[in-house]
Design a protein around this ligand. Sequence first.
Ligand code: GSH
Length: 314
Amino acid sequence: MTIGKIVTSEKVKEIDKNGKFVRQHNHFTAPFGDQAGMLPVEAGRYRLLWAAVCPWAHRSIIAIKLLGLENVISIGKASPVRTKQGWEFSLDPNGVDPVLGIRYLPEIYAKTDPDYSGRATVPTVVDVKTGKVVNNDYFNLTYYWETVFKPFHKADAPDLYPEHLRADIEELNQTLFHELNNGVYKAGFAQSQQAYEDAYNLVFNRLDELEKRLSHSRYLFGDHITDSDIRLYVTLARFDVAYYSVFNTNRNRLVDFPHLWAYSRRLYQIPAFGSTTDFQAIKQGYYLGDHAKNPYDILPLGPDVSIWYTSNNR
Ligand SMILES: N[C@@H](CCC(=O)N[C@@H](CS)C(=O)NCC(=O)O)C(=O)O
């Protein structure tokens, strides 16, 4: 099925000659800011489209909630399972996003750029004034919410990207991206044994290193949450309910790492994290839908996620 030039129902195409998954580049990367060519920083102008299953989108939602930007950037939510037609707004009345009037996400990409032939992905930021996609640069989005949108933060908002730590946060975020956030996808989408094993080792070597780091530090950079914690959390929250089995990253579960597990619970018990973490939607998103290798659409009953509420002593 195609909408414009967007192919919406094919298996992952981003595979190199060694069977390794190589993620597509983002297409809409104009930065937000006050200089020429930048997207103007305005309240009420943008709509962020997300889906609860998606870690790349989830990180933006957590940042927005922590910073109190919910009334500045409006939020539209697609249903957890991506359909053959792409992300669908079936949670909304009549199955249509109430602000943008679209039923499927690819519609707005096609309207923005009829020549766009990549995947129509969440997160997507739409300029409500023009009805066009302006940014799908998931890697940098949280930085914009944390920096140029600062004039709109709530009074007691945390500084998630403090100036004196920016270089270190950026460096760690690159590592987290390659080895964990995208590392699990590299394992899950690998089309050769070697590519899978390389990704598996990348993931668990990094988890071992982070387990040590969190044995003597409450968060990744000390006592305060930063942007890096959000990025690590979104992958950890999906680990036992999805990646462990769907992506075969099964050396250990999250709950087998005492420090990472307590750290994850501590974050989950903060409303911006916990209230946006929908384990059922995450399971549905990874197990069902057209890209899952699950012909009978069996949704596993476990694991028990009530343990995320147990005390964390951190
Ligand atoms: N924009 C990035 C990351 C965002 C992303 O992959 N989002 C997923 C959901 S977690 C998506 O929307 N996929 C739509 C598709 O594959 O058609 C990319 O293109 O790789």
